[in-house]
Write a protein that binds this ligand. Sequence first.
Ligand code: SF4
Length: 93
Amino acid sequence: MSVNVEEKLGIDKFRVDENNAHIYIKNDPDLAEFYKLHLACPAGLYKIDDKYGCRFDYAGCLECGTCRVVGGETVLAKWEFPNGGMGVEFRYG
Ligand code: SF4
């Protein structure tokens, strides 16, 4: 049995707080450290472009905390849960 992760994530609903990003990355983070988050984030939100630029968008965050554990000291400038009523709403089915 195989699992299509994008299909599963597509079931969830997100309320993005456009006025308060709950995660910030540092300016010009170390690429090797950023790459760990690129591999670890289950939502695939840490992206590296073809010029080795680091890209991150908190929309679509699953609030799992993996990046906080892996890069909380090296890459992240801020990690908080979204304000009440915002963020991910998990759906199963
Ligand atoms: S909390 Fe989880 S889903 Fe959200 S950005 Fe970090 S690793 Fe990705």
